[in-house]
Ligand binder design. Sequence first.
Ligand code: CAA
Length: 259
Amino acid sequence: MQTFDNVLLEQLEGNVYCLTVNRPKVLNALNKETLADMAAALEVVAADSSARVLLVTGAGEKSFVAGADISQMQALTALQAKKFGEQALQTFRRFETLDIPVIALVNGFALGGGCELAMSCDFIFASDNAKFGQPEVTLGVTPGFGGSQRLPRLVGRAMAMEMLVSGRMLDANEAMQRGLVNHVYPQAELMEQGLKMAAKICRNGPVSVKFTKELVQRGQDLDLENACAMESDLFGLCFATDEQSEGMTAFLEKRKADF
Ligand code: CAA
């Protein structure tokens, strides 16, 4: 498998990939080289038609990703900063357009670009030491990797506004209460729980999982009528797959489906 300087890409059991941001000395801060590695790693996963789930995490026990790399950003010009933001936005968007579910395993700080990365994944599991926040205003900038847009969509406008203008961090349990995180686990169990969920997803029909992700991701930006029309189209299309006949026949024969 291809190797990268700033991210680790591993293929785990059952066609599950794990992408680890790997700069633990700087709490996995995202510089442009790390974003480029991440984009390249995502294309490796996208090119593997047997891939079923992608897990995303950070190296070490302290941090998922503590934001964009402040030492690299500090001297950027306005146009360079805009380009840096666009690079991240494009890379993060790829998590949403990937055919397979992407689970963020947030194992510590998810601040600024780290919170934005986690929010670009399909859902988030957090360790009990995780902290979420958008502290950009404390640095004299706005979020640049999608935080001002994805956070309100996930936690609602008022809570997002509070976090964005104050820079206040949420601990894992509050992040779960606010709907940002699906589950909180002791840190030592986080990967195991991610793998358990991945295994559950892998047992389902891969095409129906892919269509379902597409419906949720694309549908949230459409009006309800068009979104539901897209659902009927993909629901109908499922009936042209072997998966549908196997899934429904297996149910009627009282056995487990073999996809
Ligand atoms: N960029 C660059 N380096 C970072 C970093 C970042 N975002 N976050 C941490 N580091 C580095 C520190 O500079 C430090 O390096 P040295 O050992 O060389 O001094 C190392 O990581 C360890 O960090 P700390 O010593 O600060 O660790 P701590 O436990 O005392 O504090 C922390 C942890 C609260 C996460 C603190 O590091 C921190 O506040 N980090 C910055 C968080 C932040 O503001 N993130 C948002 C960045 S802006 C952004 O992301 C904009 C955007 O939307 C695009």
